[in-house]
Every structure is written in C-alpha cells, then in structure tokens.
Write a protein of this length. Sequence first.
Length: 556
Amino acid sequence: MCGIFFCARHVKDDSADLSDICERLKHVNGARGPDSQQTRLVSLTGSNGSNHAVLLDLFASELRLRGSDPVVQPHEQSGDVFCWNGEIFDGMGIAMDENDGVKLFQDLRALDAVEQVCVVITSQATTQRIFFARDPLGRRSLLIHKPSPSNPYFLLASVSLGPDPRYEFQELSTEYVFCIELGKLLNGTDIASTFDSCMTSFPRSAVVNAPYNQLGRINTTVPPDDLPLITGVEIPPHLEPVVEDFIAHLDRSVGLRVCSIPQPHPGAARVAVLFSGGIDSTVLAFLAHKHTPLDEPIDLLNVAFENPRKMNNKGAVQKKVKNEKPAANAPLLYMVPDRVTGLQELEELRRLCPRKWNFVEVNVPYEESQAAHPLVESLMFPGRTVMDLSLAIALYFASKGEGVVRDHPNCEPVAYTSPARVLLNGVGADELLGGYSRHRSAYGTGGWQAVIDELQLDIDRIPSRNLGRDDRVISSHGKETRHPFLSLTLVAFLAALPIHTKLDLRADAGVGDKALLRLAARKMGLVDASTRKKRAMQFGSHSARMEGEKRGDILI
C-alpha cells in the first residue's frame, strides 16, 4: 500500500499557492505509507524554450507489506519513473522476500497478465509519455484534477485535502488506461487549453491476452420451473461439487491475501478482520485461521457507536439485548446489533478454530465521532453524501483498531490497539451472490431473468461505487484493506455459475439469499453464521442517523 501524488505544470505557472497545495497533498498521502516517502522532480524543456518547460513532481509513500528489504518509491531507472500503489496476488511469481512493485517495474509488460490491486503512474523518458490507471474493480483510490484556466496544472492523488477551490478532484475511471503526451504539452502555450488534446484513453476491453482486465459476465441460464427449493438444512446433492469448488476458490483468495505479511513484532497480529459477526466476515475469519500460524492472534475489529437517538429508546435497546443473549458482559451503551452478533460468532469461531482471537471492542463516544467528522469528510471526498459519511466514519474508527479486549466473556476490559496492517473486508459477497433486498424485489417482479440482470448491473457498478472512498479512509491509518471476495479469479468463477447454484429467492431471507455462501459456511461448520441475515454496516454499528432521519443521498 502506498500514497501517490503527481503534479504536471508549466514552470511559468508556478506559484506559492501551488507549492502549498502540493506540499499539503504530499503530507496526507504520506500517511498512507509511513515506512518511507520520497519525491522525484523531472524538468522537460520543449522547442519554445525554458518559459514553456514542464515540471513533473512525483511523490510516493510506502507501506511495506512484502519483501525483506525496505523499498523507497518512486522507482527510477534510465530516466523512467514508476509510482506503484498496490499488490500482485496472481499471474506473476513473487518470492516471499521480493517486493512486487520492484518486480513489476523490472517488467512492465507483465502488467496486463497479472491480477494487481493497484494504481500505476509511470513516466517514460524515451517516449515522453505519462501512463496512469487504476485496477479494473477500483479497489485502490486515484483522484484526478484536470487543468482549468483558474487552476492550470494537472494533479493525481490517492487522497485529497477535502473540498478546496484550488482543484476539482474526481475519481479516475477504471475503464481506461490513460496516456499524456508530454511533447504536446511542452509545445503548448497554455496547459488548460491544450490538455485534452494531450491526453488519450485506451479502453481496457480492447486489450488482448489480459485475463485480469475484464469483469465477469453473468451466466444467463434460466433454471427450470421444477427446480428443487434450497432449504439451507442440508446441501442438495447436485450442489455439493459447486460448494466445494466455491470454498476452494475463496480459500485460495484468502490465503493469497494473508501470506507473506511482515510481523510487527513477535506474538503480534499481522491480520485483522473488519468483523460484524455476519456471514461474510465470519467466513473470512474462519479461512484466515487456516492460513495464519496458530501461535499468532487474529484481530476481529468490531465497531459500535454511542447514538443519542437510539439511546433515547433505552427500553427497546434493553429488550433487544436480553432477547439476543449476548455472549459477554459488555456495556449496554455499545450493545449495537453488530456487537451482539460479533460476540456470538466469536464463540462459534473459538469452538471451531482454537487460537487467540482478539475481539477488539471499538467503542466510539458521541463526542468523539462528531469531532472526527471534518477529517473523515476530507478523506472520503469527493464523496459528500450523508450515507458516505455514515459508512466512512464506521470504517475510520473500525480500521483504526483502538479499543478494548477481554480474555474471557466476563473479564474486565483491557485497552488494546491492533498492530495488524492488513484488514480483510467482506465487500463483494452481496453483489456476487445476491445478498441485497433489491435482488429479492427483482425476483418478485421479473423472476430469475430480472435477478440475472440485476446481478450483472451489480458487477458492472462495483468499480464506480465506494471502494475508492473506503480505501482513502482506511489507508489514512497506514493500513491496507484486502477484499477476498473481489479476487478477479473468484469474480469470474462466480459469474460463470448458473444463478440457481448461487441463490434461491423463493426461500426465506437468511436461507435463499447468498445461498451458496450459506451452504459453504454450513459445510465448514459455521452453523450459526450460515443463518445470519443481511445488515448494513451503518445500521449494525449505529453510525447512521444519530440525530434524526436524513436521506442517505442528501449532500452534507
């Protein structure tokens, strides 16, 4: 994981204001990579003389999660400069002591042949071109500001300073690889008016022999009318091979994402799970256990907010907690739905997977959450809605990992901060396996075909939704989130399966939605987890609607 900043401008456009914003952007992007930071300046002069020289300012910070030796970015060789924010998980052999960014810089031609969760910026001296792109699913953030008459400079950054009149940052599209012709930029007199003619975009869909460049297409087979109903009690014989293949694919994806992580210090957790006690996060925790040495703990990060509006209905809260029978003596103030299910699933994991599980109770007082709003709003920008904030603030505090742990359910809590730099996130399971209520609504109005269409829309929309926002928020702590469900290999596998092997919306909620995952959980022994119903993070943690009802799409 890294933070990247890039600026291209004519020397004549230099100003104290621009220098200030460049330094401030380097600072916030430096927080993403606390292990090292470095700047490279490249000056190019065109035929019009020094007044039209273009200055390239490349900055990168490094969070070292691979390799045995410290690595400093940007990488540079023979005048070429390379900034890399990401990881290679498949398609290229990376030894445990090798850094994937260094390996890729040695052979950039391999970029289309590997599964990389990344952002790339490369400056080529011989061709005088800049190439930049995000990965096909948008799992890493990159923001773009195009030159304008009032702000005549080009900017790329992993994260911004929030709203600022000196730039107009937008999320960079994942559909293209972009190229800037520096020769044209050099010979132009005005960067704002000539920029569009200098930038070319190449559709990823046009690239051949690039197995990790395309998103999966949903299998359009409509099941027969006499299809047996999935009950969730036992795995139907015709689904046994599918369940086993799915477990194998997901297990491999988790394994690739938890191996080779440097340990902060002996006995410390290297991996944490953003843990609600739902089926997605519990399955990831179970599989992470298989690939993590037994003498190392795994941290389960469970966030809960003090919500005045909810506490005004204290009687209902007490009744719900009593009915749910939580597995520990935790404060009522923070006994939110995700805390209740998290504690219950902690007990199931302890029964099936003996090891030290650090269940980190991240308890956020109301005043603390309100005080964090300005920072979180700047991190999530250009996201600016009420829903953006309620999700981003939950991720901000959960990924920070500061809370308390208990050795036993009735022990006194002990302050604890998770040292894990890699966080597993269950994002993608609902989109790929039919976990949203809209999938059930689609089935009610249009049957299987409507659900097929809805699932294809979900896959197509993944790159343009919230992964960039989530990356900006979580990485501000110098940590990296990894998404096992969004392995492009797994996405392709699930997309190719007939729809009736993944879900059965004729069955009840908690049975037919994400049926394949539920059957897999049951086969693993996670019986309680297999019946958990979908609950959005902002409602499960009580980070939403603290003071009143506001529509999620309202701008802050």
